[in-house]
Design a protein around this ligand. Structure first.
Ligand code: ZN
Length: 144
């Protein structure tokens, strides 16, 4: 199934976070930075390693699924974001990243759950009213 929001138009380029790409299989993938010296991975990408300060780094595609480390629900909005919304941290293969979550109300979200990457509408541009897209994670379906 395509994990890209139906309103997203690739030509619009309305992705808030530049560290996300649509891969050849039509699914989103997050791009981090991996250090060639110490193998430390960061997201979003950086021009140098946060661990050893080497600038010998390169882009790396991150895993699309991970495990929920922790999350909380905000009941007051930021500009352009309708509350309530859920945000927290996800453990991917080799890096922990900050993310918002979708479908957390419909399917209960619990620490330790498997979650998957989706491209979602994350806020509304307060000047143009256009939707802005970025990464979120959602709970994965239980395996049958
Ligand atoms: Zn390093």
């Amino acid at each position: 199934m395509r994990q890209v929001h139906p309103d997203y138009n690739e030509s619009s380029g309305l992705v808030v976070d530049g560290s996300i790409r649509i891969a050849a299989d039509d699914n989103p993938v997050l791009i981090g930075t991996e250090c060639s010296e110490c193998e430390y991975v960061v997201f979003p990408s950086r021009p140098f390693c946060r661990n050893c300060l080497s600038d010998n780094v390169s882009d790396v595609e991150l895993a699309r699924t991970g495990q929920l480390e922790t999350y909380t629900v905000a009941h007051t909005g930021q500009e352009g974001i309708e509350p309530p919304y859920a945000f927290g941290f996800v453990n991917l293969e080799n890096v922990q990243i900050y993310s918002r979550f979708t479908e957390w109300k419909e399917r209960s979200l619990e620490v330790g759950d498997q979650v998957e990457l989706v491209l979602e509408k994350i806020k509304t541009d307060t000047e143009t009213g256009e939707p802005l897209f970025g990464h979120m994670f959602r709970p994965m379906e239980e395996e049958q």
